[in-house]
Design a protein around this ligand. Structure first.
Ligand SMILES: [Zn+2]
Length: 122
């Protein structure tokens, strides 16, 4: 089976249904935690970045640096430390997520963000 959002292959037992789409766990969590991040265009842009130009924008790099040093952090913590809006964060983070550099996970009721390959977090 394939995730309708990011087209990654998923085991049938690990899919999630949302709004008529079959999603992998990551995309499902993205949808549930940030309704606006389920944007096919953002995914398309991120994929383009990966294949053609693996460079990060300034704020993407700053987010990555920050969670590398101080993560896992909540969106609010990241936004206040980098002085960016939640919107800017979500847009930048969508790219980091699809480049498999960073990811979100649930800690209790909060969503935290960490490096993609952080084994200790959620
Ligand atoms: Zn997905």
């Amino acid at each position: 089976m394939k995730c309708d959002n990011c087209t990654v292959s998923v085991d049938p037992g690990e899919t999630f249904q949302h709004a008529g789409q079959t999603l992998c766990e990551d995309c499902y969590m993205d949808v549930m935690t940030a309704p606006k991040s389920c944007d096919p265009w953002a995914v398309h842009t991120a994929k383009k970045l990966v294949s053609e130009e693996a460079t990060l924008t300034g704020s993407q790099q700053e987010i990555l640096d920050l969670i590398e040093k101080n993560g896992p952090l909540t969106a609010e913590e990241i936004c206040s430390q980098l002085a960016i809006t939640l919107d800017e964060f979500q847009r930048s983070f969508a790219t980091l997520r699809h480049m498999e550099l960073a990811r979100g996970f649930k800690r209790g009721e909060e969503v935290c963000y960490t490096l993609f390959h952080d084994q200790q977090a959620g």
